[in-house]
Write a protein that binds this ligand. Structure first.
Ligand SMILES: Cc1ncc(COP(=O)(O)O)c(C=O)c1O
Length: 450
């Protein structure tokens, strides 16, 4: 009972705090405001008793910033379908294929050899060297000298992002993000006390676009960090080279750090095998950090392995922060990563082609549904589509789960700009996508009849 009260309170507070606009007042900790507790208790009809319990229990909560974090709306929908094996789920961002055998074997052989000990904080030297060589192959024209001294292995992509933020963000720092966006990128800096300012992408039937002037205006001289994820989760939006040049210039001018989340850089559906990269423009002195992951392009979500590329002096300091977080990534997981980087080019190419075909198949199917606007995204693994007249994506997605057994992610999970949209991870075979499309068609009919 008490737990429910506090959880409810947390999500209510979290609701109101996705991104702050420049004019917003400093975040108040409503969880600790007596008045707001009383108001909430009154509204929900559980005064006195529960209110007293909450007053007692607030001292058991973590610090205010944590209470104020958004709870995942994707999880909220997924929880509604828990325990049902008839649900066709496309809500998480995960390929449906198992990790290729040669990668799994590399880990199994490492365990068989007894590699069960800590590694260097920054990772196995041979893996750091292999990633450096891979990046040099991918970005042959870079002026930023991508040597092993710039690489650190991390226990997942999300850990890479979190470590980078820990190294950069002080309480009260201004951080700028472009949204809709995978919620972790907005919430991680908030854990550290940042003021996160969001610049919204624009949508038309041709897809999602950046208003570059709006972003440049948001990159004020006091901006500490600009976080970009392109190709983007959930929209697939990808930065152009010209946009990257302008952003890098602005960051240089103001001494702003740029954190580029490159998780989907290999999952692009144009002519090139890699998305435009800041590495192609940056030089050694730029305050540029790239976060990456083995999860998506090498089909390794469950392994929890990622990496950071940062200036050499930064990487030396980063070793300490890794020590105080995870100490190092498991050695046998790093061995799997080494096999993936050294022998996984065909895996990446095949994954990209498979995703391209699934994207085309799904978006063509979505285009046949009345009131659904689903331009094919240029990258990543999601269709992020608008549904005419739908204004509560959380309720809509919960309804799809309960009435149709279809699991999609509500657009509101990715920021207020995502309301009215739904995300569908298309890393799936066509038969499964077709079955999902049929359920969505029925779900839309039922929802329109309400
Ligand atoms: C944009 C983005 N960045 C980073 C990640 C991190 O992936 P992982 O923590 O599995 O390495 C994800 C995962 O969904 C993502 O969507």
């Amino acid at each position: 009972m008490q737990m429910t009260s506090i959880t409810g309170l947390q999500s209510e507070i979290a609701e109101s705090r996705h991104c702050r606009k420049s004019s917003a007042k400093p975040v108040m900790n409503a969880a600790f405001s007596k008045k707001s507790k009383r108001q909430r208790a009154k509204r929900s009809g559980r005064d006195d008793g529960d209110n007293a319990a909450m007053t007692q229990d607030t001292h058991l909560l973590p610090r205010e910033r944590i209470v104020g974090l958004r709870a995942s709306k994707i999880r909220e929908v997924a929880n509604a379908g828990m325990g049902r094996d008839d649900v066709l789920a496309f809500w998480f961002g995960e390929p449906d294929e198992v990790t290729p055998e040669f990668i799994r074997n590399a880990a199994a052989e490492s365990i068989a050899r007894g590699e069960t000990f800590y590694s260097h904080n920054l990772g196995l030297p041979e893996l750091r060297a292999a990633i450096a060589a891979y990046l040099a192959r991918l970005h042959p024209n870079t002026a930023s000298a991508l040597g092993p001294e710039r690489i650190a292995l991390t226990s997942s992509g999300v850990s890479a992002l979190s470590l980078a933020a820990q190294c950069l963000v002080n309480p009260g720092d201004r951080v700028v993000c472009v949204t809709p966006l995978w919620p972790n990128l907005v919430e991680i800096p908030k854990i550290l006390g940042a003021d996160v300012h969001c610049v919204a992408l624009d949508f038309d039937d041709g897809g999602w676009r950046l208003d570059l002037d709006r972003l440049l205006a948001a990159l004020t001289p006091d901006t500490r960090l600009c976080i970009l994820n392109a190709p983007n989760n959930p929209t697939g939006w990808t930065l152009t080279r010209a946009e990257q040049r302008a952003i890098l210039e602005r960051c240089r001018r103001h001494g702003t750090w740029l954190l580029s989340d490159d998780a989907y850089e290999r999952l692009v559906f144009g002519a090139d095998a890699v998305a435009p990269s800041f590495f192609d423009l940056a030089d050694r002195d730029d305050r540029l950090i790239s976060a990456n992951t083995f999860s998506k392009a090498w089909l390794m979500t469950g392994w929890r392995l990622g990496w950071l590329v940062a200036p050499p002096a930064f990487v030396e300091e980063l070793g300490k922060v890794i020590e105080y977080n995870t100490s190092c990534a498991p050695v046998f997981v790093q061995r799997a990563g080494l096999a993936a980087i050294e022998r996984g080019d065909t895996v990446v190419a095949r994954t990209r082609e498979r995703l391209r075909a699934s994207r085309d198949h799904l978006c063509a199917g979505l285009a046949t549904l009345p009131g659904v606007h689903a331009p094919p995204p240029p990258g990543a693994m999601y269709a992020f589509f608008r549904i005419d007249g739908m204004t509560d994506s959380l309720a809509f997605c919960k309804n799809l789960v309960s009435t149709q057994g279809l699991g999609l992610a509500p657009g509101a999970a990715f920021g207020e700009e995502g309301e009215g949209y739904v995300r569908w991870c298309f890393a799936s075979d066509h038969a499964r996508l077709d079955a999902g499309l049929e359920r969505l068609r029925r779900g839309l009919e039922g929802w329109r009849r309400r």
